[in-house]
Design a protein around this ligand. Structure first.
Ligand SMILES: NC(=O)c1ccc[n+]([C@@H]2O[C@H](COP(=O)([O-])OP(=O)(O)OC[C@H]3O[C@@H](n4cnc5c(N)ncnc54)[C@H](O)[C@@H]3O)[C@@H](O)[C@H]2O)c1
Length: 475
């Protein structure tokens, strides 16, 4: 006998578990299926974000930043420590405990919201009436039915052709978070978000890190002025970043990994390292979903094809998050999950792609919302720009972290904010003000006229807004 629900969600990552909770809040009888296992074989809901992405990487970024501060910056405060050591096993154990708290938190939320959780792989099977059912293959097999299905199966790390991840020498985001000691030398292929975040963790802990990037330009999606400022800071820290490279043969041997590549000048190079992290993007995960059996349409990259409302080609089947088009960001997946649950309830859920914030959690952090100066030029939009450096911010000086700036871009005629770009301390938090401002179509003058607490980093946001009209007060 199949079990009947109103809504079945396949995948309990940020897109799926949020969709399940929102649908339950709206009065539906909801099932959520997820196959991720913890080391004991138990359920580990939360997807890539919770298990091997956003959350564990932030835990290691925090630990490694403390280590770097203790080693290099405590003395400035008059604090002496003696020799600073790192216990990698303990650091990884702390990270694992944080992951578990998040896994357990999601299971608790399912209980609280009366979402029925199934631990196993969810897949489509053709039903006798020509429709579809959902099979759960876990410890036991179950068949579920519902009028509405939300697919939120996420993404997998993309491997270099012919170089599979072994998670010992050639690592994805997963293995990069589970190293047992600090490698002497490491290479990363791809200077994107994962490359820079993971490269930062292991460099801070003492690894000699080289990041090899195929594009000529560093962080081409980031506003050029901000990317240049970030690159200067990374160079100073000793994070070696080579752009314009062409990666050749990658060989795993007894010593580790050797990476042959051609540098930007066209010179042949070989890099011998202990560990290689490949961070060249991710691909939609539809493995085992059995999409073809029910005619669920995928694009040429394997992502589920959806319209603006996240509807697939099958009636009553929706898809959200990394498994569909758009940026692979946890918060984009969450927004889509909420919007789909609300649409199922006949409401008008919406996702505003124009105000999705982006954050790279390096030090300095990089964050932005809206269009870059280069995009505005390409779009032929007349704009005004204002910047304010953290060097002129009292709180940043007290923190001892004055790298970077806040940059505002506003329409030349209407003054509407078109983009806000930041590099510096805690800009992952500061960007929220810019997102709110843009969502409410604020002008730079609106921000300039709002009282910001003193002393705080957020005064830099106000000052950058003032800078749009060339009237900064502290610079
Ligand atoms: N802080 C965050 O929001 C966060 C953190 C981690 C991951 N993510 C998301 O996860 C996804 C995957 O991250 P990622 O860093 O792997 O991808 P990415 O798209 O951010 O970066 C991949 C980089 O690899 C380069 N590249 C691709 N093929 C290459 C090759 N053969 N040789 C050299 N360079 C090559 C690309 O030019 C690009 O710069 C992204 O969509 C990212 O947004 C987000």
């Amino acid at each position: 006998m199949s079990k009947q629900f109103d809504v079945i969600v396949i995948g309990a990552g940020p897109g799926g578990y949020i969709a399940a909770i929102r649908a339950a809040q709206l009065g539906f009888n909801v099932a959520c299926i997820d196959e991720w296992k913890n080391e004991k074989g138990g359920p580990a809901p939360g997807g890539t974000c919770t298990n091997v992405g956003c959350i564990p990487s932030k835990a290691l970024l925090q630990s490694s930043e403390h280590f770097e501060h203790a080693r290099l910056h405590f003395a400035d405060h008059g604090i002496s420590t003696g020799e600073v050591g790192i216990d990698v096993a303990k650091m990884i154990g702390r990270k694992d405990a944080i992951v578990k708290q998040n896994n357990d938190g999601i299971l608790y939320l399912f209980k609280k919201n009366k979402v029925t959780f199934f631990h196993g792989r969810g897949s489509f099977v053709k039903a006798a009436d020509g429709g579809y059912e959902i099979r759960v293959a876990g410890k036991e097999e179950e068949t579920l039915t519902a009028k509405q299905v939300v697919v939120a199966t996420g993404s997998n790390a993309r491997a270099l052709p012919g170089v599979p991840f072994d998670e010992v020498n050639v690592l994805s985001n997963d293995g990069a978070l589970r190293l047992g000691n600090v490698p002497a030398k490491m290479a990363l292929i791809g200077a994107g978000v994962i490359g820079l975040e993971m490269g930062s963790v292991w460099r801070r802990l003492g690894t000699d890190v080289t990041v090899l990037e195929g594009m000529d330009k560093f962080l081409p999606v980031v506003d050029e002025q901000i990317a240049k400022e970030a690159k200067k800071a990374f160079d100073k820290q000793g994070l070696k970043i080579e752009t314009g490279v062409k990666v050749g043969e990658v060989k795993v041997n007894d010593q580790g990994v050797s990476v042959a590549y051609t540098n930007a000048k066209g010179e042949a190079q070989t890099l011998a390292v202990d560990k290689l992290i490949v961070s060249i993007g991710r691909t939609a995960n539809t493995i085992g979903l059995n999409a073809e059996a029910v005619g669920l349409a995928l694009d040429e990259r394997g992502a589920i094809i959806v319209d603006d409302d996240c509807k697939t080609n099958l009636p009553g089947v929706w898809a959200v998050g990394d498994v569909v088009r758009g940026p692979m960001l946890a918060h984009k997946a969450e927004e889509e999950g909420v919007a789909v649950a609300e649409r199922i309830a006949g409401q008008h859920g919406h996702v505003n792609f124009a105000t999705l914030p982006w954050v790279i959690y390096t030090s300095p952090e990089i964050a932005w919302v809206g269009r870059t100066e280069q995009q505005l030029k390409a779009d032929g939009v007349k704009y005004k720009a204002g910047t304010f450096p953290f060097l002129a911010n009292g709180r940043a000086r007290a923190l001892g972290d004055t790298t970077g700036m806040v940059k505002f871009l506003a329409d030349a005629e209407t003054d509407e904010i078109l983009g806000v770009h930041m590099v510096g301390p805690m800009v992952s938090e500061l960007i929220a003000e810019a997102v709110v401002a843009m969502e409410f179509k604020a002008s730079s003058e609106d921000i300039a006229r709002i009282c910001h607490a003193h002393p705080s980093l957020s005064e830099s946001t106000k000052e950058a807004a003032l800078a749009v009209d060339k009237r900064t007060l502290n610079f």
